[in-house]
Design a protein around this ligand. Structure first.
Ligand code: HEM
Length: 150
């Protein structure tokens, strides 16, 4: 009789193989989840941007930068950029970061405050620390561009 001689042995073998494959499948799924998915997708991003705007509105130092801004367009554009940069299904095609922030005179302190508000907004939305750090890590290199023409 061979290794898989009886029907019962075959069933046990198939059961073990499929358990192993589904375990591998789970591991695979966690490893390949995009940052966009780990943040919670577009509805989470939209809520995060809304929370961020409330925080900015309450900060009399920072809100001044937005005095002449169409807030709905800003919210949409920023949400698209967050979706794009987190490997979601969006392409940001707005102005480059240096042009979008030129002649605003943004200070380092105000830059840091906006980043802190964004982190708070993500935390309030239940985004895990690792995903928050990953997103902030992807935004950090944009600092140079945001500040280039200030
Ligand atoms: C990494 C940090 C930042 C990113 C990724 C970012 C991203 C963006 C994006 C995508 C837009 C919309 C551009 C458009 O569609 O016209 C925008 C606009 C704007 N951002 Fe930022 N931003 C950052 C930091 C800041 C900071 C620190 C401030 C102020 C303290 C600021 C103030 C503004 C204002 C006022 C506008 C609207 C400009 C307008 O009215 O045309 N941003 N930003």
């Amino acid at each position: 009789m061979g290794l898989l001689g009886t029907a019962a042995q075959r069933i046990v073998f198939i059961f073990l193989m499929s358990s192993m494959l589904s375990l591998l499948g789970c591991a695979q799924h966690n490893n390949t989840a995009t940052l966009y998915e780990r943040i919670g997708g577009q509805s989470a991003i939209n809520t995060i941007v809304e929370n961020l705007l409330y925080r900015i509105a309450e900060d009399e130092d920072v809100v001044g930068y937005f005095a002449n801004t169409n807030i709905d367009l800003f919210a949409e554009s920023f949400a698209t950029q967050l979706c794009d940069i987190s490997d979601g299904p969006c392409r940001y095609d707005g102005p480059p970061m240096d042009r979008a922030h030129q002649t605003m005179g943004i200070t380092d302190a105000h830059f840091n405050r906006v980043v802190e508000y964004l982190d708070d907004a993500m935390r309030r939305e239940g985004v895990p620390l690792s995903a928050r750090n990953d997103l902030l890590g992807r935004l950090a290199p944009l600092y140079e561009d945001v500040m280039r023409l200030r």
